[in-house]
Write a protein that binds this ligand. Structure first.
Ligand SMILES: *Cc1c(COP(=O)(O)O)cnc(C)c1O
Length: 401
């Protein structure tokens, strides 16, 4: 069992995560002695002479040949992310979804089967349920947290188990120790979408998970200004994914990698603040008479409080809650907010709030929505890095209405 340590504080190479987020994965002296990482804005790279070509093709000399096969700015982003996650290797993608789909496509072939938990990202579920079927790949969707069910769902041809942790919107926490044990027994790969946790709060690879997926769009880049994704794990597996990525070809551009690297420098600082603020907001909401229920993994009332506090360093920046009343009360609350922006996504510096019933699930029947737990008065707050009292005042003011 993982000890209740601040795993995020584990040092690698003597430096803590706050230092490595700024300095790792990059040569100390850079082009023109620049302090900042150069953006190598080129689609192709040149050879000095014929010897250089042969050193590259025959003698394994490192060289960037063509933009779709790699770029120095992207490589630095990959090395930094790998260092933060404690991974041997990493590939960056144009988005989190690109990382997820390319990874799954690399690992399965026709006739295979995968197991995925039911409160995964909507697009991930859609991809596994509908798209993979076209290639004869089976998919069983299992209820989150039912480990007996998961084990029963594993067949002879099951290749992998995929889950998020924490999940959206209820912030359920997957027990990584338990799932690793099941996966090992049946010899299947484990994939964790760790977007909500980030390597600051949890590093699934340390629990023996095979591959970690990240939507770097969220906390890692952190400024709501780019889309990016990553897969991280053992070199042998990641190299296969990189190969397919080169063929599929949706490569991230160097400028975007620069923005990702810039965002990463403050990522531990931001997530530390978001952990603190989210917990304070969760406690404030839990004590408010107009609140029905609050979901936050580091609140004692959360169904996965124990496993969360054992396996994670912090609860993250998302707080989900239900207000008392009906859909009209929910709309009035939303319309009365002055600081929180109404919008999807999470992990950025600006606080965002979404009302899943009105947005992601607007085309579902009310009955189906309620079956999925998406009630009329449910909100997901993605806490930014503003002053926490200002945020609490905004929420309190809107709840008064
Ligand atoms: C946003 C998100 C994704 C998709 O990432 P994009 O960068 O938007 O493609 C996948 N998983 C989780 C948990 C997410 O929050």
């Amino acid at each position: 069992m993982a000890k209740k340590t601040s795993r995020a504080k584990t040092k690698s190479g003597g430096w803590s995560i706050a230092t490595r987020a700024i300095h790792s994965g990059e040569a100390r002296r850079r082009y023109a002695d620049s302090l900042m990482t150069p953006i190598v804005q080129t689609s192709t790279f040149t050879f000095k002479d014929s010897k250089h070509i042969e050193d590259y093709t025959k003698n394994g000399m490192e060289h960037f040949e063509y933009g779709r096969y790699g770029n120095p700015t992207a490589q630095i982003a990959e090395r930094r992310l790998a260092d933060l996650e404690g991974a041997e290797d990493c590939v960056v993608f144009t988005s989190g979804m690109s990382a997820i789909t390319t990874t799954i496509l690399t690992l399965v072939k026709s006739g295979d089967h995968i197991v995925i938990t039911d409160d995964s990202y909507k697009k991930t579920l859609e991809f596994c349920q509908s798209y993979l079927k076209q290639f004869g790949i089976g998919c069983t969707i299992v209820p989150f947290g039912d480990y007996g069910f998961i084990e029963k769902a594993i067949k002879k041809n099951t290749r992998l188990i995929f889950s998020e942790s924490p999940t959206n919107p209820y912030l359920n926490i997957f027990d990584l120790v338990k799932i690793k044990k099941i996966a090992k027994k049946h010899n299947v790969l484990t994939l964790i979408d760790s977007t909500f946790a980030t390597p600051f709060n949890q590093r699934p690879l340390e629990f023996g998970i095979d591959l970690v997926l990240q939507s770097a769009t969220k906390y890692l880049a952190g400024h709501n200004d780019i889309l990016a994704g990553a897969v991280l794990g053992k070199e042998k597996l990641v190299e296969k994914i990189r190969d397919l990525h080169k063929s599929i070809g949706g490569l991230i551009d160097p400028h975007c990698c620069y923005l990702l690297l810039r965002g990463l420098k403050t990522f531990p600082l931001r997530v530390e603040r978001q952990n603190e603020s989210a917990l304070k907001i969760a406690e404030f909401l839990e004590g408010h008479r107009r609140i029905q229920k609050v979901y936050y993994p580091f609140l004692k009332s959360h169904r996965h409080y124990k496993v969360a506090t054992e396996q994670m360093a912090g609860g993250g920046g998302v707080v989900t809650f239900e207000i008392k009343g009906n859909i009209n009360d929910a709309k009035r609350f939303l319309d009365a907010l002055k600081l929180c922006y109404i919008g999807p996504s999470l992990g950025g510096v600006e606080t965002l709030i979404t009302h899943p019933a009105l947005v992601s699930y607007y085309n579902y029947s009310r009955k189906l929505r309620y079956k999925l737990g998406i009630t009329d008065t449910l909100f997901r707050l993605a806490v930014g890095i503003e002053n926490v009292q200002d945020l609490i005042d905004d929420l309190a003011g809107a709840l008064k209405k």
